[in-house]
Design a protein around this ligand. Structure first.
Ligand code: GTP
Ligand code: MG
Ligand code: ZN
Length: 223
């Protein structure tokens, strides 16, 4: 029984990897930089994206977003208010995005006309680590309100990312957030990784984050 479950799971992951490979080629061919944002529910993925999409568009860049949630189009509506093209993916009970869902929601997007495509994953620190979505950059978000030890508790996810963003830094003092410990924990799981510290509320740290995106758009090699 257990062997059968493991085999099924491996089959699903293999199929996902193949579809993700196809997506990655498609994104590279179109010249669009794709980022997959992963974190616990409520870390501030949508809030960071709202601000990011606004600022990128103000600088003349073309950016779009796909956003995954089990139900509702609340996040898509928040993101669409920035003026960017946005699609909601409702997974109806599945707790992560899969490459197939991403592929299905690209119809009608003119990828070659985009500089950036952001994929906001379903809030979950476990299985998004196993599902490649064809992204070039995987971003883990960690908010100051959720504890400095998340990277140690969810090493598989933090180990799978290219960059991390500590969010809600405007609340750091109120939460007695231990910045040094958080940075040490991230570094323990993913040594040398670049870490941004942002507030979607005050705009702190946004300049560094946007500079990074801009540099990746110009120079990033394939994953
Ligand atoms: N003070 C403060 N609040 C924030 C910040 N970013 C997000 N929030 C708040 O945190 C809550 C959750 O933010 P969301 O952006 O919806 O979080 P999310 O990660 O997209 O959540 P899910 O999509 O449900 O996983 C909201 O009430 C936001 O207003 C921030 O930088 N500072
Ligand atoms: Mg969200
Ligand atoms: Zn899942």
């Amino acid at each position: 029984m257990t062997t059968r479950i493991v085999e099924l799971r491996q089959g699903i992951l293999k199929k996902n990897d193949e579809l993700a490979r196809g997506l990655r080629e498609r994104f590279a061919h179109a010249g669009v930089l794709v980022l997959n944002l992963v974190s616990s529910p409520g870390t501030g993925k949508t809030a960071l994206l709202e601000r990011t999409l606004r600022e990128l568009q103000a600088s003349g860049a073309r950016a779009a977003a796909l956003v995954g949630d089990l139900e509702t189009d609340n996040d898509a509506r928040r993101l669409a208010a920035t003026g960017a093209p946005v699609r909601q993916i409702n997974t109806h009970g599945i707790c992560h995005l899969e490459a197939e869902m991403v592929g299905k929601h690209l119809d009608g997007f003119e990828l070659a006309g985009l500089d950036y495509l952001f994929i906001e994953n379903v809030g979950n620190l476990v299985c998004p680590s196993s599902y490649d979505l064809g992204e070039k950059i995987r971003v883990a978000l960690l908010s100051v309100t959720e504890g400095e030890d998340k990277p140690l508790k969810y090493p598989t996810l933090f180990n799978s990312v290219d960059v991390a963003v500590i969010t809600k830094i405007d609340l750091a003092e109120a939460c007695a957030f231990d910045r040094a410990t958080a940075l040490k924990n991230i570094n323990e799981i993913r040594p040398g990784i670049r870490v941004f510290e942002t507030s979607a509320k005050t705009g702190a740290g946004m300049e560094e984050w946007l500079d990074y995106l801009c540099a990746q758009r110009r120079t990033a090699p394939s994953r």
